[in-house]
Design a protein around this ligand. Structure first.
Ligand code: C2E
Ligand code: CA
Ligand code: CA
Ligand code: CA
Length: 275
């Protein structure tokens, strides 16, 4: 039994080593991928629930890995955050998103995800200002999406950074609302321009009266604070109907549009044959 136990532990260790080795490999590849231009942005439409008009597009990063094909951000964003590579990657994403949006024939808003790690130093406002300058994008068309966890570590510092970004004319959305430890507190720390209700609530809405009550409560908070609420993860018409009835302003999800490359967005790019 003792021997078996020992060999089990050995096997387990080898397994952990393998995972750690794969992670190191991926970090090296990530660093190279920025220089090799392997990152692409997909855009997902955000619509007004009442009128179904387009209000903007969220930029979602994709890694076109030379051997493994498309790698999900859920796989590489955490690694990029741990290794610090999120700083150059975040800059690259900001630049690509503003460049793409500046080329759209209609002035839709573009929403860019900003990691809590990008918030740790003072460089974000300068980066945003520089990229707006470079691309000529109207600051009113840029929104950054931050999660509540951004405000946890050092609220004073983060609020200062967010205010500096806001002073440029850029708007700030609170992403994944309802999933953090102090989401309500964070609403009182900074006057967010938009609340993005996490998709977990919508997914449960027809099964769980609690989920529905939470959606209603968040919509009420949005109304009292005068902050529009965008519901994430809308996959079915009945969810749209419910959001409409409850007075939700905006929505995003597979029902309204899947993330797609900028040039494939039907409402954004004039078809080539017309130009
Ligand atoms: P997120 O910011 O909450 O983005 C929404 C995610 O939900 C996207 O996944 C989107 O494809 C997915 N989604 C959209 N509609 C639906 C739907 O109807 N049903 C379901 N089940 N899912 C839907 P994606 O693109 O895989 O991104 C995952 C996460 O990775 C994002 O969550 C965000 O936290 C992070 N991420 C993506 N791009 C960036 C980026 O450029 N920078 C940073 N820092 N993080 C990013
Ligand atoms: Ca987001
Ligand atoms: Ca989200
Ligand atoms: Ca998220």
């Amino acid at each position: 039994v003792k021997n078996l136990h020992n060999s089990d532990v050995g096997y387990y260790r080898a397994d952990l080593d393998e995972v750690a080795r794969q992670r190191r490999t991926m970090v090296v590849e990530l660093a190279r991928a920025i220089d090799d231009d392997q990152f692409e942005l997909y855009y997902q439409v955000q619509k007004n629930v009442q009128t179904r008009e387009i209000v903007g597009y969220e930029a979602l990063v994709r890694w076109r890995h030379p051997e493994r094909g498309m790698v999900s951000p859920m796989e590489f964003i955490p690694l990029a955050e741990h290794s610090g590579l999120i700083i150059p990657l975040g800059e690259h994403v900001m630049r690509m998103a503003c460049r793409d949006a500046a080329a759209w024939p209609r002035p839709y808003k573009v929403a860019v995800n900003v990691s809590p790690v990008q918030m740790l130093d003072d460089s974000l406002p300068r980066l945003v200002e520089q990229v707006l300058d470079e691309t000529g994008l109207d600051p009113k068309r840029l929104e950054i999406e931050v999660t509540e966890s951004t405000l946890v570590a050092d609220p004073d510092h983060t609020v200062r950074i967010l205010k500096a970004v806001r002073a440029l004319g850029v708007s700030v959305a609170m992403d994944d609302f309802g999933t953090g430890y102090s989401t309500l507190a964070s609403l009182s720390l900074f006057p967010f321009d938009r609340i993005k209700l996490d998709k977990a609530f919508l997914a449960e809405i027809d099964r769980s009266p609690q989920a529905k009550a939470i959606v209603q409560a968040v919509l009420t908070i949005g109304k009292s604070l005068n902050i529009p609420v965008l519901a994430e993860g809308v996959e079915r018409e009945d969810q749209m109907t419910m959001l409409h009835e409850e007075g939700c302003m905006e929505a995003q999800g597979y029902l309204l549009g899947r993330p797609a490359p900028s040039i494939d967005l039907p409402d954004v790019v004039v078809p080539l044959r017309l130009v």
